[in-house]
Design a protein around this ligand. Structure first.
Ligand code: LFR
Length: 497
């Protein structure tokens, strides 16, 4: 195919993929070249990412694009999930294996930090919802050891770490850094006072670069290993959610909320400035960085993790279900039986998810899901309920009504989830693209090359290339009643603070 060939390397918390994008001046075609699972590894008492394996899989993905690109791609960018990082010393050596944000070390570390600075003040400074996974708390967990590692040690967020080993550039890309809880969202730079809460040397934190900048080119040794000529490596919007939001095919001036559906469900709106109020803190909204310097005012909802973890658990017990199976099972099940709150921190750590969900239903005096189908139905409906609640909260924060909900990402393959979201919110759901994160990365790479300029141009390309699916609200009266019941149940069961 003719056009500009670019590679998006997208690492999610449960799988990674290399997507080849071909841009012909008006449309973008995407093709998944390589896909692999991302399995956390428990080593001793800790939970880690397998960085070397992920790096290896990435190289396989780059190599596999050769037949399509007639040589090297025009550029490449890496994005990953948020908050995690690796430490690199002055000689470029990786110090230890990056920790997984679901590691249990973070919970006590969070409490230690909050003993030093009140939660209200921390939120006022950073605008980031207090979650144990935040980089701030992870670095605290790292403790003195890391601070003694030497003045030349650098902390690199996961996509920055991949980029460093690809092209040698040391920097912190803004969107990924914005997930850390270490930035001043007004300045869009490090918050010196928050950094000063940690024992780590200031020099550990590299300078911040804005998304869409070309970082460097593929290291000669890697080019040789891949038998390719070197090519530019771009720092796109390297937080996966930031990239996904770039791909939302909204009408110019439209008023909508986005939901990026993957392991997590990130729901929010883009704003010009951070929204940091007492109310946004209580409602646990976060202010992360968007691709064009705007703010993603959003909430991190536990998302399809609940299903993924049930599925993993059932697989260990001997029954393997595909996500297609699970969707069909839920569709045939009775509606509105029981709900959990997908924001409840009890669901964060890996483990026996079905039992945790049953136990929450028991504690809240609801019918306990007995079969797998009932369990799946409970999760999918709970998610859609949470989306509706979050929509109302966003409207409260903004002081205006939103007309539509844009859903993007792999999770929209779950058509039941999309339809239920329309029914319960009473708004039209516009679903697509499925490969939102890769598409966002490719659009930002095209921008870095000067092929695309504005978000509106990008939206035109998305609309022309990936016509979305529409879901209109159905049965809204019945779902309003169910929603009222969900609110009553979870009003009392509500978690933290
Ligand atoms: C989604 C995501 C979320 C982030 C979570 C953990 O993949 O990037 O935005 O909060 O992963 O890092």
């Amino acid at each position: 195919k003719n056009g500009l060939h670019m590679l998006a390397v997208d690492f999610g918390a449960s799988s990674g993929r290399t997507v080849l994008g071909t841009y012909n001046g008006s449309r973008l075609a995407v093709e998944e070249i390589h896909r692999f699972s991302n399995d956390p590894v428990r080593l001793g008492g800790s939970l880690h990412w397998d960085f070397l394996r992920l790096f290896h899989e990435m190289l396989q993905g780059i190599r596999a694009c050769k037949p399509f690109t007639a040589g090297a791609p025009a550029s490449l960018a890496v994005d990953t999930w948020g908050v995690d990082y690796g430490l690199v010393d002055g000689r470029g050596r990786l110090l230890g294996n990056p920790y997984h944000y679901r590691d249990s070390r973070n919970e006590p570390a969070m409490r230690r930090v909050l003993n030093r600075i009140p939660e209200e003040e921390l939120y006022r400074r950073t605008g980031i919802q207090t979650q144990s996974i935040n980089t701030l708390f992870q670095l605290e967990a790292e403790g003195e050891a890391a601070s003694q590692a030497g003045e030349d040690v650098r902390m690199l967020f996961m996509p920055d770490l991949f980029r460093y080993y690809l092209c040698g550039e040391i920097s912190a890309e803004y969107t990924i850094a914005s997930t850390s809880g270490l930035l001043d969202p007004q300045l869009r730079g490090w918050d010196e006072e928050v950094l000063a809460l940690l024992p780590h040397p200031r020099a550990m934190f590299p300078s911040i670069v804005m998304p869409g900048t070309t970082a460097g080119s593929l290291r000669a040794a890697l080019a040789e290993e891949l038998q390719m000529s070197s090519f530019p490596v771009v720092a796109a919007a390297s937080h996966d959610t930031a990239s996904a939001v770039v791909s939302v095919p909204a009408q110019a001036g439209g008023s909508y909320a986005f939901i990026s559906c993957g392991t997590w469900s990130l729901m929010g709106v883009e704003t010009e400035q951070p929204v940091i109020t007492e109310q946004s803190r209580k409602l646990a909204f976060t202010n992360e960085g968007g691709a064009d310097g705007r703010i993603r005012l959003q909430k991190n909802i536990m998302g399809l993790w609940l299903l993924q973890e049930c599925r993993r658990y059932w697989e260990l017990e001997g029954e393997t279900l595909t996500f297609g199976d699970m969707q069909a099972m839920a569709a045939g099940e009775e509606a509105a039986a029981a709900y959990v709150d997908p924001e409840d921190p009890v669901f964060l750590a890996p483990g026996n998810m079905p039992e945790r969900i049953r136990s929450r239903c028991r504690q809240t005096g609801q019918p306990v899901p007995q079969t797998k189908s009932q369990m799946i139905r409970c999760i999918v409906e709970s998610l859609a309920m949470k989306f509706s609640q979050t929509l109302h909260e966003i409207e409260e924060l903004l002081g205006r009504r939103l007309d539509a909900v844009h859903m993007v990402g792999g999770g929209i393959r779950n058509r039941l989830l999309c339809q239920l979201t329309a029914n319960i919110t009473g708004r039209c759901v516009i679903a697509g693209p499925v490969e939102a994160t890769a598409v966002g990365s490719l659009l930002m790479q095209a921008k870095a090359r000067g092929e695309l300029h504005t978000r509106d141009e990008m939206r035109q390309v998305v609309l022309a290339s990936f016509p979305p699916d529409l879901y209109s609200p159905e049965d809204t009266g019945r779902w309003q009643e169910a929603y009222a019941r969900y609110r009553k149940i979870n009003a009392n069961a509500h978690h933290s603070e």
